[in-house]
Write a protein that binds this ligand. Structure first.
Ligand code: BGC
Length: 348
């Protein structure tokens, strides 16, 4: 009986040991990916919206590039709502992500949630649009002043000197807008061009552009050119011009190299657009986000600084390229941004 008891005791001890080691190994097995998961860098990315063609490309390339670098990206869309964007940043802080990348809706409206992120040791990157008066780790964008200069220069090369232009700009809350417009105005001033009218599309709502054109028919007819803040705005403007039988008779600018804009350039209803290689921007931004999250700093020939009202922020600046009918094939088609079939779809 006693012997039996001893055997049972040994057996139970062995069982317990096996279970323990089993549980342990299970815990280890379970822990290994768990630990990896915890180790995996996570990046929160908040977009203004995806209404404009380019932002989907930015998102896809950023997410893919980050993945290749071993980071996971949580993408949120604020749908043009500043309060929603603030909530998204707060959510990323609560989730303890390593970095937050923001395409801000209001360049002056994010200081508070960004302070929370910084206090929590999270890196903050302003993507494409500068965030003012906030402690951010990086600003990465295209040279927006050059965008405005290219718009201006293309109009001047097409005979606008001494003429009249209307400026239909983007959202005044977007820091890029004043940079583009400031540089554009400097070119106009140097060439004695009169800015005969101007309007801004709040929240980048392009329908406001066509409303303006319809409401200012005589003014429009007295002008030679319309500077549009981007291709989506140009789309609405050219539609409104077409209704007034003015499409193709006025010089129209844009930016982003949206497919429809490239088609309009091929067809002659838009003079130019500005190609911004967003793949390059998104990939570089993903590299920077990972580098900063790992405690490194961003270096390279393309790095300078910009003052955001609070501090000098490291600034990765990429170059935009002017696109007109003559270099469409070289810039847009050869780079694979759009295909020949797409661009020349409506041209027989
Ligand atoms: C970007 C443009 C874009 C616009 C509207 C700007 O900040 O630089 O590329 O078209 O926002 O989304």
């Amino acid at each position: 009986m006693r012997k039996n008891k001893i055997v049972i005791m040994i057996a139970s001890a062995l069982l317990a040991l096996t279970c323990l080691s089993g549980c342990n190994s299970e815990a280890n097995d379970g822990a290994a990916p768990g630990v990896q998961e915890e180790d995996k860098l996570t990046i929160g990315m908040s977009f203004d919206s995806f209404v404009i063609e380019r932002w989907q490309r930015d998102r896809d390339v950023f997410v893919q590039a980050a993945k290749e670098l071993g980071a996971e990206v949580n993408v949120q869309n604020a749908n043009g709502d500043v309060e929603e964007q603030k909530r998204q940043i707060e959510y990323f802080v609560d989730k303890k992500v390593d970095a937050i990348v923001i395409v801000c809706i209001d360049s002056d409206g994010l200081a508070e949630p960004i302070k929370r992120a910084k206090d929590a040791g999270i890196k903050v990157i302003a993507y494409d649009r500068l965030i003012n008066n906030a402690d951010i780790d990086l600003y990465i964008s295209f040279d927006n002043e050059m965008v405005g200069t290219l718009m201006g220069q293309s109009l001047i090369s097409n005979g606008l000197s001494g003429g009249r232009v209307i400026m239909v700009g983007g959202s005044p809350a977007d820091n890029n807008v004043s940079l583009v417009e400031g540089a554009f105005e400097r070119v106009m001033e140097l060439n004695n061009v009169t800015i005969a009218g101007r309007v801004h599309c709040d929240g980048w709502r392009a329908e406001l552009a066509s409303e303006y054109i319809y409401a200012h028919r005589e003014l429009v007819e007295s002008c030679d050119a319309i500077m549009c803040g981007n291709d989506n705005v140009a789309s609405q403007v050219v539609n409104a011009l077409a209704v007034q039988r003015l499409a193709g008779k006025m010089l129209v600018t844009g930016q982003d190299a949206d497919l429809e804009a490239c088609q309009r350039i091929a067809e002659g209803t838009q003079l130019m657009t500005v190609y911004k290689p967003v793949e390059k921007l998104a990939r570089r931004a993903a590299e920077c986000a990972v580098e900063l999250s790992e405690g490194g700093t961003v270096t390279g020939d393309d790095v300078g600084t910009v003052f955001n009202g609070k501090e000098d922020v490291p600034y990765v600046k990429l170059e935009p390229v002017m696109v007109i009918r003559e270099n469409m094939d070289e810039i847009i088609i050869d780079s694979g941004f759009h295909t020949r079939e797409e661009v020349y779809l409506n041209i027989k």
